[in-house]
Design a protein around this ligand. Structure first.
Ligand code: ADP
Ligand code: ADP
Ligand code: ZN
Length: 226
């Protein structure tokens, strides 16, 4: 079967879900628990924008508008990152694939290497929660830990619990207007992947409206059983 899995092999996990669903938060936890590397195409693209590469320059305006960057650019950036040695331990794909073309390209890439997807987890939240989550999101610029003004504040205001840095960052696209464009892009271009993976038997749906720890417990159970 396409995307078939063998327990015990290098885990390839996919987190699907709209902006703010908790993909990044849960991917970091899976990274700790299963030793797999978190690969966020959003983070890779933001790094390319910051570095001013050719790919970054063409992605910048699209990301600011809340649209999807072209499959060509995203696949190039992801393929380069997957080729690095640390990915051999397994990866948690956070924010990829986002289109059917990307999912098909991933299937082809994995088939070539004789690898399968262990689980695709769809994090499901309602639109109101999604807008609130992105509006209050901030991240430690040093260690990458994610926080939220209301739902996951730092213990000491402005200081990262993990590394003690005061270098907190907020994303330019985490404003209510752009969030709505991103939600629209999700509904039109990414939501069809729920059916795509559903048909291949690798999909698990998770109610992502609960608290971070109980969602982590549910996802870990799914991954262990997959
Ligand atoms: P979110 O936290 O909203 O899910 P990400 O950090 O994953 O956001 O992505 C931020 C932006 O980067 C997206 O709005 C989109 O412009 C671009 N992007 C990230 N991943 C992809 C992808 N797989 N395909 C196309 N565009 C992407
Ligand atoms: P995504 O990567 O899907 O865009 P994030 O993991 O960055 O989402 O989460 C978006 C924001 O919501 C962050 O500020 C994060 O701290 C917070 N958050 C994540 N999961 C939950 C949850 N289950 N309940 C409340 N807030 C959450
Ligand atoms: Zn930190």
């Amino acid at each position: 079967m396409d995307g078939a899995t063998t327990p015990g092999t290098t885990p390839i996990l996919i987190l699907l879900g709209p902006p703010g669903a908790g993909k990044g938060t849960q991917a970091r936890k899976l990274e700790e628990r299963f030793g797999a590397i978190q690969l966020s195409t959003g983070d890779l693209l933001r790094a390319a924008v910051a570095a001013g590469t050719e790919a970054g320059q063409s992605a910048d305006a699209v990301m600011k508008a809340g649209g999807l960057v072209s499959d060509e650019i995203v696949l190039e950036i992801l393929t380069d990152r997957l080729a690095e040695g640390d990915c051999a331990k397994g990866v948690v794909l956070d924010g990829f694939p986002r289109t059917t073309a990307q999912a098909e390209a991933l299937d082809a890439m994995l088939a070539e290497k004789g690898q399968g997807i262990r689980a695709v987890i769809s994090l499901e939240v309602d639109d109101v929660a999604m807008v609130r989550r992105v509006a209050g999101r901030f991240t430690c610029g040093c260690c990458g830990e994610g926080y939220h003004d209301d739902f996951k504040p730092t213990a000491i205001t402005g200081v990262c619990d993990g590394c003690g840095s005061r270098n907190m960052t907020r994303r330019a696209d985490d404003n209510p207007e752009t969030a709505l464009s991103r939600l629209k892009a999700y509904a039109e271009q990414t939501a069809p992947l729920v059916a795509y993976y559903g048909a291949r038997g690798t999909l698990k749906r998770v109610d992502a409206m609960g608290d971070i720890d109980s969602i982590e417990t549910e996802i870990s159970r799914i991954v262990e059983a997959a």
